[in-house]
Design a protein around this ligand. Structure first.
Ligand code: GDP
Length: 313
């Protein structure tokens, strides 16, 4: 029997979408089973959006930028979903990113749907739920999904692994900025945008040049896409349409199908690793584990010997 949310979801009901995402966020076993049924039913209708990940340190202008980009796209007839990944909210119940009030105009736009970060679960759980939320949004007809992450270095890899293209927002004072940005995050970026160009154009131009050089250094010669750097002002809207033009160029140039297939296979591997660990852990003799751990800690055994003692035979 079809899940009762499937039909309204597929016809684009925001209410059904909100309820479906809530269902997928629930940790109750019966809800989880229901959510998996619903996801399996709507899966054939998912996958048709452009998935864009966005990151940047707090204060760089992520919500202002997403609102400007979202309105630009929704006004042009796109259906835009905004999802947030904020591990701080999972840990503390509070959130660095706050909630919907960060994007007041986009929130009330009929072509947009904004969903804050799930407030429970560990980072792995949040990543799973975000993947499911992307699929549910796509099934509800959203053709652009923007996934925002807080830019403090924990969730970026996860978000890059579930999106088609990853955008790093930076500030005009890139000299200081570049040192603060973890090299790992730069390596994930397909596009860097120097935001707040209105506040200091000269610095923004310099920052853009420096970023271009840094990205060039980081990108292998045979990469299918050379990461780009742009300037914009989320406040005035200048440069925002150009960011979208580059997204479209990327979508034309890069083989998204292969990227998504690889992502799905990697996701399978990750889930399998987790499941295998749980199975193994459940079968372990807790007393023996603690003893061996103490032996390793005290230097009576090497770490490799300790693990071998648990896994051999
Ligand atoms: P987030 O923490 O990254 O989401 O940053 P916000 O979007 O909340 O922006 C932080 C502050 O920067 C707010 O006061 C914004 O009004 C301001 N801001 C964002 N984008 C721009 C911009 O392009 N130019 C200027 N001058 N200020 C901006």
């Amino acid at each position: 029997m079809a899940h009762p949310l499937a039909a309204p979801l597929l016809s684009g009901s925001r209410r059904a979408l909100a309820r479906a995402i809530t269902l997928s966020e629930s940790t109750r076993a019966d809800h989880e089973a229901e959510a998996q049924q619903l996801l399996a039913e709507v899966a054939p209708h998912a996958g048709q959006s452009i998935r864009v990940g966005l990151t940047g340190v707090p204060g760089v202008g992520k919500s202002t930028f997403i609102e400007a980009l979202g309105i630009h796209l929704a006004d042009a007839g796109h259906k835009v979903a905004v999802l947030a990944v904020d591990p701080s909210s999972a840990r503390t119940g509070g959130s660095i990113m706050g909630d919907k009030t960060r994007m007041p105009q986009l929130t009330v736009h009929p072509g947009a749907y904004i969903r804050p970060s799930p407030a429970s679960g560990n980072l792995g759980g949040v990543a799973r739920r975000t993947r499911e939320a992307i699929a549910l949004c796509e099934a509800a007809g959203y053709d652009v999904v923007l996934v925002e992450t807080v830019g403090v270095g924990q969730s970026e890899t996860q978000v890059a692994a579930m999106t088609d293209l990853f955008v790093l927002l930076t500030l005009p004072n890139a000299g200081d900025e570049l040192q603060g940005i973890k090299r790992g995050i730069m390596e994930l970026a397909d596009l860097c945008v120097v935001n707040k160009a209105d506040s200091d154009l000269k610095s923004a131009i310099r920052a853009q040049t420096e970023l271009r050089a840094a990205l060039n250094l980081l990108t292998p010669h045979d990469a299918p896409w050379r990461p780009r750097s742009l300037r914009a002002s989320a406040l005035t809207g200048e440069g925002v349409p150009e960011v979208w033009d580059v997204v479209l160029e990327y979508v034309q140039e890069v083989d998204l199908e292969t990227r998504r297939r690889t992502q799905t296979a990697q996701w399978f591997d990750e889930l399998l690793r987790e499941a295998a660990w749980r199975l193994f852990r459940n079968g372990l003799d807790g007393h023996k584990l603690r003893e061996l751990r103490a032996d390793v800690e005290a230097g009576r055994l090497t770490a490799i010997q300790g693990v071998a003692a648990l896994t051999a035979g």
